[in-house]
Design a protein around this ligand. Structure first.
Ligand code: ADP
Ligand code: MG
Length: 626
């Protein structure tokens, strides 16, 4: 976390000096940058007066890469070097994006590489580097229009982005030379742009339909904290799908199905389809002009109601995740106070109509749906940099999935629960399992389930140098710290010696939003089964512990303190428990553990006497009475 800065005496900064802070919406299709000027959040424009920067980068053999519109233009001519949708790959491991890669036209380098890289004429490029180019272009735009260096930025990320995806986004910003004050969840930013954080309480659905992705989040505002109650969506659903359906309709109209293998023509048709769709937001009908591969020109009329029929499946498909998010949040539609509309595709009039009908609640549409996320980020940036008075509440976020460590029995002990507000620090003490144990292996996990195998492994590390002690006497404090960006660091400290090990959790890949959703849903579906599994695992651990303890005691002084019959009855009891621990139910094991404890009481009592005797040997009883 950033250190607090203290000025030299007499060098304090002027209280009213305005510091330049911006908010960036780093989108899959388009990116934007915004700032607060004279108390008003505004999007910054490029030299041609455009607010959007297409999130497309074209690498060239010579010269700087092209970014934004110029790159978009070359997408058809130079597909291999023109990279779009880098956000879908950021923070993901090669293996994780296998199916995604199959849909992309690019050549990827070494299959075995951890981080996927696209081969371009200018060398291999990762999604982090591509995103850094986009961020650099936005930074230049801001510096040109604000006339100075940027002091800090807030960058938005989807609410479901995990640790790796957030870290990778920050890495991209660092590459672009930006000082990231905070990563902010996109739905939260949208809510801020509408000033919903100034209300005292409320539950809002944020419906974000972009070019290629759909996200819906349910947020609850409570005392200045936005809690993400649920997120759902479809990572392959958006305006592009509408374009495709309209293009199919066009091809049908001109009887060109057999020519759809002509990729250039297909691309041109898609461009025409998209233009028609966007026009139909303003006008009732539009004319589509098309140049066929044989040179002939075609014209056709498309009206709004025909288009509504064509794109209906896309809009209807967004209502499924809406339903799911409500169910996951345990809410009825009536409990939602309003719906914030985000993303270029919510301009489509029928989207508004269908969403309003579904929720039968007020839609927030007053702020430009392309800009709303960037504007909210700019407002947060302005507060964080200190340009606003203290009465502006600092917005807090929450972590999307619980964090914990592996304990005996392949179980997960949660240390920070899901939805804890960040930044957050939590610590818990753990103890040694074996006599003389000098090291502890710490396995950090993310997820809602009880068993390690059902959660996601984030990192492993070891703490060495624990002084040898009797099992259960070693005390290791494990601390989890999640900073304001949702990034985790974990440390473990042995209390008697103070030895400490620490790591920043920086996994090289992430989860997909559908995987996160699946994990959350599973934790609900399997809640009972998980409790059973946990009880069983706990009893097994307890059985092993008791057996181990008796065994080591027997080795030590069993033959001095017990006769042969006593030893063999104890051994029988241990054998019995061992068998049960492998096959029995939790209750059965529990009973056998307690039976064995009973059986070993005589032995334990004699050991106690013996150890008191040995401590007292050579001493007078009076020495101990004080
Ligand atoms: P992303 O969040 O994925 O970066 P955007 O929010 O910028 O995407 O949305 C891009 C989508 O919005 C495109 O599919 C585009 O066609 C659509 N869009 C933009 N303007 C309009 C409009 N006026 N009418 C209908 N769709 C529009
Ligand atoms: Mg977006």
């Amino acid at each position: 976390m950033a250190l607090l800065q203290i000025n030299e005496p007499g060098e304090s900064t002027a209280p009213h000096e305005h510091r330049l802070a911006v908010g960036i919406d780093l989108g899959t299709t388009n990116s934007l940058i915004a700032t607060v000027r004279s108390g008003e959040a505004t999007v910054l424009l490029d030299e041609q007066g455009r607010s959007l920067l297409p999130s497309v980068v074209r690498f060239r053999a010579e010269g700087d890469p092209q970014i934004g519109y110029p790159a978009l233009k070359e997408m058809v001519a130079d597909p291999m070097n023109t990279i779009a949708s880098a956000k879908r790959m950021i923070g993901r491991k090669t293996a994780d994006i296998k199916s995604l890669r199959d849909q992309m036209p690019y050549n990827f380098d070494d299959e075995s590489a951890n981080v996927p890289r696209i081969v371009t004429v200018d060398g291999p490029r990762s999604a982090i580097e591509v995103s850094a180019e986009i961020l650099t272009a936005l930074k230049k735009r801001a510096e040109a229009s604000l006339g100075g260096d940027l002091h800090g930025v807030v960058i938005t990320v989807p609410a479901y982005f995990d640790d790796a995806q957030r870290q990778a986004t920050k890495d991209a910003a660092r590459l672009a030379g930006l000082n990231v004050m905070r990563l902010l969840n996109e739905p939260t930013a949208a809510a801020v742009a509408y000033g919903l954080d100034h209300g005292s309480e409320g539950i809002y659905a944020i419906y974000d339909l972009g070019g290629g992705t759909f996200d819906v989040s349910i947020l609850r505002l409570n005392k200045g904290v936005f809690e993400v109650l649920a997120t759902a969506g479809d990572s392959a659903l958006g305006g592009d799908d509408m374009d495709r359906l309209i293009a199919e309709w066009i091809l049908d109209e001109v009887d060109m199905e057999e020519l759809t293998s002509d990729s250039h023509f297909l691309r041109q048709t898609l461009v025409a389809a998209r233009a028609a769709k966007e026009q139909l937001t303003e006008v009732e009908s539009t004319t589509i002009k098309l140049k066929l591969p044989d040179g002939a020109e075609e014209e056709m009329l498309l009206d709004r109601s025909t288009m509504n029929g064509i794109i209906a499946p896309v809009i209807d498909k967004t209502l499924l995740p809406c339903r799911r998010s409500l169910r996951d949040a345990g809410l009825d539609k009536e409990e939602i106070d309003g719906i914030v509309m985000v993303g270029g595709s919510t301009r489509v009039l029928d989207v508004l109509a269908k969403v309003e009908k579904f929720f039968s609640k007020k839609l927030y549409t007053g702020v430009d749906p392309d800009q709303v996320v960037a504007l909210g980020a700019a407002i947060q940036a302005d507060i964080l940099i200190g340009n606003r008075s203290a009465e502006d509440m600092l917005l807090l976020d929450v972590i999307p999935l619980s964090l914990g460590i592996e304990i005996m029995g392949s179980m997960v002990e949660k240390i920070i629960p899901r939805n804890a507000t960040i930044p957050v620090t939590r610590a818990q003490e753990f103890t040694t399992y074996k006599d003389g144990q000098t090291a502890m292996s710490i396995h950090v996990l993310q997820g809602e389930r009880e068993l390690v195998s059902d959660c996601r492994s984030l990192a492993r590390f070891e703490l060495h140098g624990i002084p040898p002690m009797v099992a259960g006497n070693g005390r290791v404090k494990v601390s989890f710290q999640v900073d304001a960006d949702g990034l985790l660091s974990v440390s473990a400290r042995e209390s008697t010696t103070g030895v400490e090990t620490q790591i920043d959790v920086k996994p090289s890949y992430g989860l997909t939003d559908t995987e996160i959703e699946q994990m959350l849903r599973d934790s609900i579906t399997y809640a009972n089964a998980d409790i059973d599994a946990r009880q069983l695992a706990e009893q097994k651990v307890e059985a092993d512990r008791v057996i181990l303890a008796i065994e080591s005691a027997l080795d030590e002084d069993g033959h001095q303190l017990l006769d042969d019959d006593e030893i063999s009855s104890l051994r029988d009891g241990m054998e019995n428990l061992k068998t049960l621990a492998e096959t029995g139910a939790a209750e059965t094991i529990k009973k056998a553990v307690s039976d064995l404890n009973q059986l070993s009481r005589v032995f334990a009592a004699r050991r106690m006497d013996a150890s008191i005797r040995s401590v007292m040997a050579g001493h007078n009883i009076n020495e101990f009475s004080e």
